[in-house]
Design a protein around this ligand. Structure first.
Ligand SMILES: NC(=O)C1=CN([C@@H]2O[C@H](COP(=O)(O)OP(=O)(O)OC[C@H]3O[C@@H](n4cnc5c(N)ncnc54)[C@H](O)[C@@H]3O)[C@@H](O)[C@H]2O)C=CC1
Ligand SMILES: O=C(O)C1=N[C@H](C(=O)O)C[C@H](O)C1
Length: 252
């Protein structure tokens, strides 16, 4: 039985994971951490990660970028593997994540869904054919009005996947409002929409002369992220130190 510490247990994702784990035979949430403790849970909930004294096998984190440094310090101190799903981390924090992965197992992924992880692979092939043929690349992401970071971690991961396939020659452009020149061929434009309760939509557009190819992923429920996160947690418990991603969990 894998014992999970749910970091951010009373948020939208934390609550979804709490429900999904109830149907798991080989995993259980042994404790939660959330700065908002106003929700009754079946497991003990601590306001701060440093207060948690329950023995667990793995941490699943869906919280806030501001909470991640303390979480990483705790995981290193307790030698705990951590599935890091929070997005919007700073460059400094990303460096810290890398350093921590020398001491503990860290699985970092901006999107735990099967569809996006397949898309990360498919886009590399598409870009290798379409970019040299002169197709422009643009990305549009849409999320709910409660989301703090923009662009989404997934949009950045999709752009990084394309860029990696193209020798990291592309620059990301987030805002054209102050620009008075034509777009460069080696740009990936990234636009963000925040509205209503949209769970998560990502569109990657390859636009050539008289032809457009679009890849689109729509998450209709947070359960697609929650299921992936639980699988990742079960996979990561007991793994040696290192940097992991969803490609290690979902074998295509
Ligand atoms: N990797 C993935 O597949 C996905 C990642 N996310 C990311 O996960 C994060 C959380 O998303 P949601 O659950 O929608 O947000 P949310 O705002 O509904 O939940 C976050 C929870 O973290 C808690 N929290 C904030 N600061 C804290 C601290 N210092 N210590 C303990 N708890 C703290 C809040 O009280 C809240 O309950 C975001 O960064 C989001 O972008 C969201 C969905 C999927
Ligand atoms: O905040 C969200 O909701 C989501 N965040 C992730 C991201 O930033 O990519 C993943 C998902 O799209 C939902």
């Amino acid at each position: 039985m894998v014992k999970i510490l749910m970091h951010g247990c009373n948020g939208k994702m934390g609550r979804m994971i709490t429900e999904i784990v109830k149907n798991e035979e080989d995993a259980v949430i042994a404790a939660g951490v959330d700065k908002f403790t106003g929700i009754p849970n079946d497991y003990p909930v601590f306001e701060k990660i440093t207060q948690c004294d329950v023995g667990v096998d793995v941490v699943i984190d869906f919280s806030n970028a501001g909470a991640v440094d303390e979480l990483l310090d705790y995981c290193v101190k307790k030698s705990l593997p951590v599935v890091l799903c929070t997005t919007g981390l700073s460059d400094e924090q990303l460096k810290k994540v890398d350093e921590c992965s020398e001491k503990i197992a860290v699985l970092k992924s901006a999107n735990m869904s099967m569809g996006i992880n397949l898309l990360l692979k498919l886009l590399k092939d598409a870009a290798k054919v379409l970019a040299p043929a002169g197709y422009d690349i643009e990305l549009v992401e849409k999320h709910h009005n409660q989301k703090l970071d923009a662009p989404s971690g997934t949009a950045l991961a999709l752009a990084d996947s394309i860029n990696e396939a193209m020798g990291n020659e592309y620059e990301y452009v987030y805002d054209r409002s102050q620009v008075r020149k034509k777009r460069d061929a080696k740009e990936i434009g990234i636009s963000a929409v925040r509205a209503g309760t949209i769970v998560g939509e990502h569109e990657v557009i390859f636009a050539g002369t008289d032809e457009v190819i679009e890849f689109k992923h729509t998450a209709y429920s947070r359960s697609v992220f929650a299921k992936g996160a639980v699988e990742a947690g079960k996979f990561l418990a007991g793994q040696p130190a290192g940097m992991y991603d969803m490609g290690d969990v979902i074998q295509f």
